[in-house]
Design a protein around this ligand. Structure first.
Ligand code: NAD
Ligand code: 6OD
Length: 502
């Protein structure tokens, strides 16, 4: 009990100002009458209250964003001024790093060291990367000579789209929000961000960073709430919004697509995945076991890019099963700041119920449970949290629901394969198309297989890390459009061609 209190006090209580999370609209922190609970996934504690934005507050945010563009200095700003503002925001996050870390860990239950290297770091990197990229964005120029001797010059000019809405999920809160806000703002737009109702804290800190960095009112706004009947719906149906960028479940993407259809708004969707990992017999065995374990269990399997379908070439199948089982069973699950902890909780009890329903379904569908399939018992406050065991199934057909549907937990199905063509065909047999990993030491094979996979990104012998200047997105149910680097600048700008007769 003493240890528990020490741990709670030391790392994953929220900073006091986040006990009551407010909206940030038009440069002001705004309270509302209606509030909802922010519950810790680690031990079920009430972390604080969140002020839910209603349609009237969403309308205020949209009008403030429009005013910032039409009447405020942001609408007249140069890209250098906007880049300087984003760097100032990044400076504040860097200075207040530990607060961001505490907020992210409290909301998500993930290990502190993972959040330190991944989430807060990526928040800063997103602001700095897009600040610099925006300064180097360029248009196109064409000189045209017509048969009658007319000479034309054409050049393209990027203009802001206007008022952008960003709706983000709970799994990587700082990363997802800043991945949208940074490019939107460098392009000269104003933005209203709705973080997930499960992870509202870091968004408030980001709002504080904008406030402290002196970014003009209305340019960056945060509203809290849920989807249908709440802030999410109010944002996507508001006629004053020009574009919606969304990350989350595929079926939510479909609902948002319907909501924006009447207004013919631009959308960018980063949605779910049921990603394949293909492991060839010629892989570096130890590195692959470690690499796959990282891909399966990082963030308790709650990364859209985590593999949930693993195909292993038959000659190493049994040996690989034994090694990955041992690796899963050595995972240390626990408090976020426990030394050596590998895995934290899932995001919520509600999400745990979903994951556990797949654990049950897998057995009903005839899976062999190689390891896991249950809930760890701690004998302390963590038993009120949302923990599950790392879980591996074998023996299911590719048509099983557990092999086709996204679970979004520390779980995968492993099946053997006999040829490269078979592995590619089975990896592509999915309604999703977000990411894949290929594990081989044969360079020619890597180049042959990777382009045949119908996904937005294929990693070879690694996972997750990439250059932020590269395109990111999915095919099929995994999304629409690409963001990252110039692809983000394309989405968040309206490109005009100016044609001049010389
Ligand atoms: P979700 O779709 O339930 O919620 C995402 C956000 O949408 C939340 O802010 C939620 O409040 C809001 N929302 C829900 N319904 C809405 C509606 N009708 N209108 C407007 N807003 C609405 O997703 P989640 O459970 O928070 O996140 C997990 C999912 O996100 C997984 O499917 C995962 O694969 C996906 N994801 C994809 C990527 C990617 O880059 N492709 C990245 C992260 C997460
Ligand atoms: O790495 C990224 O830029 C990104 N958007 C990752 C998303 C991960 C999904 O859970």
């Amino acid at each position: 009990m003493i240890r528990e209190e020490t741990v709670l006090a030391r790392s994953f209580t929220l900073p006091p100002t986040l006990d009551a999370l407010r909206n940030y609209v038009d440069g002001q922190f705004v309270e509302t009458e209606r509030q909802f609970d922010n519950i810790s996934p680690i031990d079920g504690r009430l972390l604080g209250k969140v002020h839910e934005a209603d349609a009237a507050l969403v309308d205020r945010a949209v009008r403030a964003a429009r005013r910032a563009l039409e009447e405020g200095p942001w609408g007249r700003s140069t890209v250098e001024e906007r880049a300087a503002a984003l760097h100032r925001v990044a400076d504040v996050i860097e200075r207040r790093f530990e607060e961001f870390l505490a907020a992210e860990v409290a909301d998500t239950g993930r290990p502190v060291e993972q959040a330190r290297k991944l989430d807060v770091y990526r928040g800063i990197a997103n602001f700095r990367t897009f600040a610099d990229l925006g300064k180097h964005a360029h248009g196109e120029f064409f000189e045209t000579h017509l048969p009658d001797g007319t000479q034309l010059i054409n050049y393209t000019k990027r203009k802001p789209l206007g008022v952008i809405v960003s709706i983000s999920p709970w799994n990587l809160p700082i990363l997802s929000l800043t991945w949208k806000a940074a490019p939107a703002l460098i392009c000269g737009n104003a933005i209203i961000c709705k973080p997930s109702e499960e992870t509202p804290s870091s968004a408030v800190l980001i709002a504080e960073a904008f406030h402290e960095a002196g970014v003009p009112p209305g340019v960056f706004n945060v509203v809290h709430g849920f989807g249908p009947g709440s802030a999410g719906e109010a944002l996507t149906t508001h006629p004053g919004v020009d574009a919606v960028t969304f990350t989350g479940e595929s079926r939510t993407g479909a609902a948002i697509m319907k909501a924006v259809a009447d207004g013919v708004k631009e959308v960018s969707f980063e949605l779910g995945g049921k990603n394949a990992a293909i492991i060839f017999a010629d892989c570096d065995f130890e590195a692959t076991v470690n690499g796959l374990a990282r891909a399966l269990f990082t963030n308790t399997g709650q990364v859209c890019l985590c593999p949930e379908r693993v195909f292993v070439e038959r000659p190493i199948y049994e040996r690989f099963l034994a090694a990955i089982k041992a690796r899963a069973e050595s995972m240390r699950i626990g408090w976020p700041d426990e030394p050596g902890v590998d895995m934290g909780s899932l995001i919520s009890r509600e999400h745990r119920d979903k994951v556990l329903s797949y654990f049950k379904l897998a057995v009903e569908e005839g899976a062999t449970v190689l390891t896991g399939g249950g809930v760890p018992q701690f004998g302390d406050a963590r038993d009120q949290g949302a923990f599950v065991q790392p879980t591996i199934w074998t023996g299911l057909p590719d048509s099983a629901r557990c092999v086709r549907e996204e679970v979004f937990g520390p779980v995968c199905h492993i099946a053997p394969f006999d040829s490269e063509d078979e592995a590619v065909r089975r990896a592509n047999d999915s309604d999703y198309g977000l990411a894949a990993t290929v594990w081989t030491t044969n360079l020619s094979r890597a180049h042959r297989v990777a382009p045949r996979l119908h996904v937005g990104i294929t990693w070879v012998n690694t996972w997750f890390s990439r250059d932020l200047r590269t395109p990111f997105g999915g095919t099929r149910l995994s999304g629409m459009g690409r963001e990252g680097g110039r692809w983000s600048l394309d989405f968040y700008s309206e490109t005009t061609n100016i044609c001049i007769k010389v």
